[in-house]
Design a protein. Sequence first.
Length: 253
Amino acid sequence: MPTDTTPQPDQLPLTGERTVPGIAEENYWFRRHEAAYLDLAGHCADAVVLEAGCGEGYGADLLAARADLVIGLDYDEVTAAHVAKAYPSVRTVRGNLAGLPVRTGSVDVVANLQVIEHLWDQEGFLAECHRVLRPGGLLLVTTPNRITFSPGRDTPLNPFHTRELAADELDGLLRDAGFAVEFLGGLRHGPRLRALDAELGGSIIDAQVAVAVSGEPWSAALLAAVTSVTAADFEITADDVAASLDLVAVARA
C-alpha cells in the first residue's frame, strides 16, 4: 500500500511542483535536488549567499552549514513564513525575483536551483543576479535539461515551467548577462540508479510519471525503489551534457 502523503503540521503542502522533504513518494525528486545542493555547497564556504527562490528551505539550510550567512528569498508568503520557522539558520526575506531586494554588490554567491525555468524574464533575472553580486562573485544555477525533460518540444511538458533550457541556451544567457561560465555540466543517474532502472524494466522517472498520470496505487517494488534513493545515487559531470537530466552551471560575475 502507498504510504500516507498527508503533510505534517510543520510541512508545506505538495503543489505538484515544489519538492518537499519527508514524503516517501517524493523522495526521488528530493534526493535529486539535494545532490545538486551538496555538490555546489563548497562554493558557499564562509560566503554571504542569496538563494533566489528558496522554496521549502531545505537547500538554503544545507548551504547555511557552510556559509557565513544565507538569505532565503521567496515570493510566496506562506512559503517564506515556513522557511523562517523551520530553518532558523536562514535569514528569510519575502520578495520578487524580478527585482532582488538586495543592495548592489552585496553578496558573494547567488544560488538559483530549479527556479529559472519558472521565470518569464530570465534575462532580466540574470541581470539582477549580476547586479547584487560583488565583483568576482559566483552564480550557481541548476535547471531541467530541456532536451531530456521535454524531448522534441518547444514548450515545456511541465505546466509550471515557462521556458526550459538546453545547455547551449543556458550558456548563452549567462554570457549575455556578463558572466564568465566556469563550469557547465549535467546531473545524471549514477551506477546504482542505472541498475534500478534496469530492475524496473525502464526509467524510474517514467514509472513515477505513469503512476501520477494513471492514478493507480504505487507498486511495492516502485515505492521501495523510490524510497531507497539517496543523494549519492546521482553524479554531476561535464561529459555528454546534452544527455543529462538537469543542467548545472557555475558562473562568475
